[in-house]
Design a protein around this ligand. Structure first.
Ligand SMILES: C[S@@+](CC[C@H](N)C(=O)[O-])C[C@H]1O[C@@H](n2cnc3c(N)ncnc32)[C@H](O)[C@@H]1O
Length: 166
C-alpha cells in the first residue's frame, strides 16, 4: 500500500479502511484549528502532536475534534520540533507567523519537512515565508497527492512539500 498514492485528503483517510504503514512519519500540525487533519491522521494511527494558540476569531468555536494543545506556533516548534519529521501548516494567516516558524524549525531540526497548505502569495502566509520556503517539486509520492488536492472555490490554494532555505 502506498500511503501518498491511496490517501489524498481527510475524507479518504477517515472513510477508508486503509492502514497507515509503520514507516509513516511523525507529524505536528501547528495552527491546527479545530483539528480536522489531526483527527483524520489519529484515526489511522499516525503519531501526531497538534497545537494551536486558539486565537482564531477570538475562538468563536469552543471545541476541537480531537486533542489540540494550546501552544503558540513558535513555542510548539521549539518544544516538539526535534521529535517530529513533518510540520504541517494549513491556512496560516498572512501575517508574520509562518516565516519565523519554518526558520526556527530549521534551527531545531534541519531534517524536518514542512507541508504547507495555502496560496503561493495571496491570502495565506507572507512574502518572507514564500521567499524562504523551498518547494520540493520532485518527490514523486507527494506529487501524486498534489494532483488530487481540491482547492477551495475561487481560492488558489495548493498543498506543497518543502523546507526552509536561506
Ligand atoms: C485560518 S485558521 C486555519 C486552521 C486549520 N489549519 C485549518 O486549515 O482549518 C488559522 C489558525 O492559526 C491559529 N494561529 C494563528 N496564529 C497563531 C500562532 N501564533 N500560534 C499558533 N496558532 C496560531 C489560529 O488560532 C487558527 O486556528
Amino acid at each position: 500500500m502506498d500511503f501518498f498514492k491511496d490517501v489524498t485528503d481527510i475524507r479518504d483517510i477517515v472513510a477508508s479502511d486503509i492502514k497507515i504503514p509503520e514507516e509513516i512519519l511523525d507529524q505536528m500540525p501547528i495552527m491546527a484549528g479545530r483539528g480536522w487533519w489531526t483527527y483524520a491522521l489519529r484515526q489511522k494511527g499516525v503519531n501526531v502532536i497538534a497545537t494551536d494558540d486558539f486565537s482564531w476569531m477570538n475562538r468563536s468555536w469552543i471545541d476541537t475534534l480531537t486533542e489540540v494543545e494550546e501552544v503558540d506556533a513558535i513555542e510548539a516548534v521549539e518544544r516538539y520540533g526535534k521529535e517530529v519529521d513533518v510540520v504541517t501548516m494549513g491556512w496560516p494567516y498572512m501575517d508574520d507567523t509562518a516565516y519565523p516558524v519554518i526558520k526556527r524549525l530549521h534551527e531545531v531540526n534541519p531534517n524536518a519537512l514542512v507541508v504547507y497548505i495555502g496560496e503561493r502569495g495571496g491570502c495565506t502566509a507572507d512574502d518572507n515565508f514564500h521567499e524562504h520556503f523551498e518547494i520540493m517539486f520532485n518527490d514523486p509520492k507527494f506529487n501524486k497527492v498534489t494532483t488530487r488536492y481540491q482547492s477551495w472555490e475561487h481560492i488558489h490554494d495548493y498543498i506543497l512539500l518543502g523546507r526552509y532555505s536561506e
